[in-house]
Ligand binder design. Structure first.
Ligand code: ADP
Length: 188
């Protein structure tokens, strides 16, 4: 079992690196953003609820997000491990994750944190918005709101994982291959 929380602000490259890591370590990739978008596309109740928050650059409430993530983990009982991408984003989500993993005698092994300066994040997201079709990437105000949410609610989680000795700071600026190399080195 190998469980990785890939940590970092919006636009840090979590999705891209998670795909590489998933293949390399044969893990299940769980991206809360992707799952919400899939639900929006399919018009589910969860999608309808999440859309309002996502369009505003706000976090979806913990209760909803935690329930959804837990049911995704439960669907993959036989997995080698997971990459959590975009989850947890609050201390409450992190505690819930620890609790339900420990019910299965699982644990988080590594928390690599991709570090990228804010101006670079905004440029990357605006660029992605040109091709991704994601409306939350096309509006600079929404992008700054997401970075604000990250600084307020998600960045404090670094302390949570630092205390357990699992956090590793990774320079998130460079080529995709360079950053992937840094991640592999951190994970071992
Ligand atoms: P990014 O990392 O670029 O912000 P994501 O696809 O991870 O993009 O997330 C898009 C949006 O989905 C977030 O702005 C937020 O509204 C919602 N979301 C994703 N993950 C979570 C989470 N763990 N808790 C609450 N909301 C979330």
């Amino acid at each position: 079992m190998l469980n990785i929380v890939l940590f970092g602000p919006p636009g840090a490259g979590k999705g891209t690196q998670a795909q590489y890591l998933t293949e390399h370590y044969q893990l299940i990739h769980l991206s809360t953003g992707d799952i919400f978008r899939y639900n929006i596309k399919n018009g589910t109740e969860l999608g309808k609820l999440a859309k309002g928050y996502m369009d505003e650059g706000q976090l979806v409430p913990d209760e909803v997000t935690i329930k959804m993530l837990q049911s995704e983990v439960d669907r993959h009982e036989a997995a080698n491990g997971f990459i959590f991408d975009g989850f947890p984003r609050t201390v409450e989500q992190a505690k819930a994750l620890d609790n339900f993993l420990s019910d299965k005698s699982w644990t988080i092994d590594h928390v690599p944190a991709l570090e990228v300066p804010d101006e670079e994040l905004v440029n990357r997201l605006l660029n992605r918005g040109k091709t991704s079709g994601r409306s939350d990437d096309q509006n600079e105000e929404v992008i700054w709101k997401r970075i604000g949410e990250y600084n307020d609610k998600t960045a404090p989680l670094k302390n949570y994982y630092e205390e357990s000795g699992k956090l590793r700071h990774i320079d998130g600026v460079g080529s995709i291959e360079e950053i992937f190399g840094r991640l592999k080195e951190a994970i071992g």
